[in-house]
Write a protein that binds this ligand. Structure first.
Ligand code: NBP
Length: 474
């Protein structure tokens, strides 16, 4: 045995991760169900480092030094279970299986519990950054036992993205913690992209062309919005279609798709009772964009303004949209990080939120300058919400005028901004002195005797609505 880590599954993610490991001096055993793919990997990448190709799982396992460290990078779901079922009987107590796929955290909890019973460590690990990240340094979000991290952490940290000399990889907590954090990362990614799309929509409604909007995003990328997604927005908006000479974005079908992690984020949030309204709006915005039948029935039939934004000076508009984008983004992070904290409390994971934000500074799709500020704020102490952190609170206070102007102008002009407006509604909800939830409670008591609390007395109360309307204390 000579390999200190192994990778199963050599499609784009697994192959690139194996190359990244080999480039960092690790000897990497590689195995794929279809052996031809293993051979192709070795053929193309042999010169990049030390690989040990295996034709069978037995050969693969025999090539690994103990404790064996095996990274599975196969299709999430049944594919992962199939590989685990074949692999686990070949391993020995103390060996470590890492699932680097996009697993649902409940599956990870189930697999971890089952493998723990037979003495194996199962480390559900979120990996973000797509295929380029896997090769050049992803953000890595491992769960699993602390013992497994002691054996695995240094290897993962060596191949992760590095920001300010720190790896974007750290142990997040037991069992499903890593995959949960990765799921919320993807949920925030949905919101980030929705906000960017709304910003583009408002800018074009104000008369900017796609290349002009690209210039705006490029400028934003030099300031506080500096992030991977803003950078590639400029790239996409600048792309000209070779056949027609028109901006490519104007030729792309306007129906957004999803693979499911946004859905998982929102489903889980509903179960935990965490209002991730910006993420939910972003998932729904994709669904609405793809609802061809409804859009065809409504287009040209439902009356409303025709995207005529009130005339404002372009500089002011661009700055306002920038501020709406920053503020909305902060709300999405606040909601997503709150979801992680709730789950961490519920499952006793002990996830450190400052660490989560730190891991997301590099390598992953939502990497952004803002994450340093967020990480620093959470490192100071427990925050009930990111929104009240000193530097965030003051940032929102400065920008909220612009944020409100954008939501109001877009709404008046008939430009849909579900992301910006739900973020703003959340901000106004949490800062409200009193909410109309009081009336909701009154209604619930009226039709269902669900009782209510009173602001001036402790206890549960019910009004006898259908008799003499006196109040009883329960
Ligand atoms: P896929 O998700 O397309 O998985 C296909 C690979 O799994 C093939 O190499 C296939 O072998 C192998 N595999 C093995 Br080994 N056993 C399998 C089985 N029993 N059933 C199905 N496939 C099996 O690969 P990917 O796009 O590289 O993604 C790998 C994982 O990483 C996924 O969970 C994905 O969600 C996650 N991920 C992907 C990205 C991304 O940007 N693509 C980013 C982050 C995470 P074969 O050659 O014999 O078919």
């Amino acid at each position: 045995a000579q390999a200190n880590i192994g990778v199963i599954g050599l499609a784009v993610m697994g192959s690139n991760l194996a190359r990244n490991l080999a480039r960092h001096g690790h000897t990497v055993a590689v195995f794929n169900r279809t052996h031809a793919r293993t051979l192709a990997h070795l053929e193309s990448h042999r010169a990049e480092g030390a690989f040990v190709g295996a034709e069978t799982l037995e050969e693969f396992v025999a090539a690994l030094v103990r404790p064996r460290r095996v990274v599975i990078m196969v299709q999430a779901g049944p594919g992962t279970d199939a590989v685990i079922d074949q692999l686990a009987p070949l391993l020995e107590e103390g060996d470590i299986i890492v699932d680097g796929g996009n697993a649902h955290f409940e599956d990870t909890r189930r697999r971890e519990a089952r493998l723990r019973e037979v003495g194996l460590h199962f480390v559900g690990t979120g990996i973000s950054g797509g295929e380029v990240g896997a090769l050049e340094g992803p953000s890595i979000m491992p769960g699993g036992s602390p013992e497994s991290y002691a054996a695995l952490g240094p290897i993962l940290e060596s191949i992760a993205a590095q920001v300010d000399g720190e790896p974007c990889c750290a142990h997040l907590g037991p069992d499903g913690a890593g995959h949960f954090v990765k799921m919320v990362h993807n949920g925030i990614e949905y919101a980030d992209m929705q906000f960017i799309a709304e910003a583009y929509d408002v800018l074009t409604a104000a008369g900017l062309t796609a290349p002009e909007a690209a210039d705006v995003f490029r400028e934003w990328n030099t300031g506080e919005l500096d992030s991977f997604l803003i950078e590639i927005t400029a790239e996409v908006l600048d792309q000209v279609d070779a056949a027609t000479g028109r901006p490519l974005v104007e030729l792309i079908v306007d129906a957004a798709e999803q693979k499911g992690t946004g859905l998982w984020t929102v489903q889980t949030a509903l179960e935990l009772g965490v209002p991730v309204s910006t993420i939910a709006e972003s998932v729904f915005a994709r669904s609405a964009s793809g609802d061809r039948a409804v859009r065809e029935a409504a287009r040209g039939v439902l009356r409303g303004p025709d995207r005529e934004l009130p005339a404002v000076e372009r500089r002011q508009l661009v700055d306002d949209v920038r501020d709406a984008l920053w503020s909305s983004k902060v709300v999405a992070y606040a909601q997503g990080l709150e979801q992680i904290r709730k789950a961490s409390d519920e499952y006793h994971w002990g996830v450190d939120i400052a660490t989560v934000a730190r891991l997301w500074r590099g390598g992953c799709i939502i990497r952004a300058r803002l994450l340093k500020q967020i990480s620093d704020e959470y490192a100071v102490g427990r925050l009930a919400t990111l929104l009240v952190a000193p530097s965030i609170r003051s940032g929102l206070a400065e920008r909220q005028g612009a944020w409100r102007r954008v939501v109001a102008a877009a709404t008046t002009a008939g430009v849909p901004v579900p992301g910006f407006s739900s973020a703003l509604a959340y901000y106004d909800t949490v800062r409200a002195e009193r909410l109309p939830a009081a009336l909701v409670q009154g209604l619930r008591d009226n039709f269902g005797a669900h009782t209510y609390g009173r602001v001036d007395r402790a206890g549960a109360f019910h009004t006898l609505w259908s008799s003499d309307r006196t109040e009883v204390q329960l």
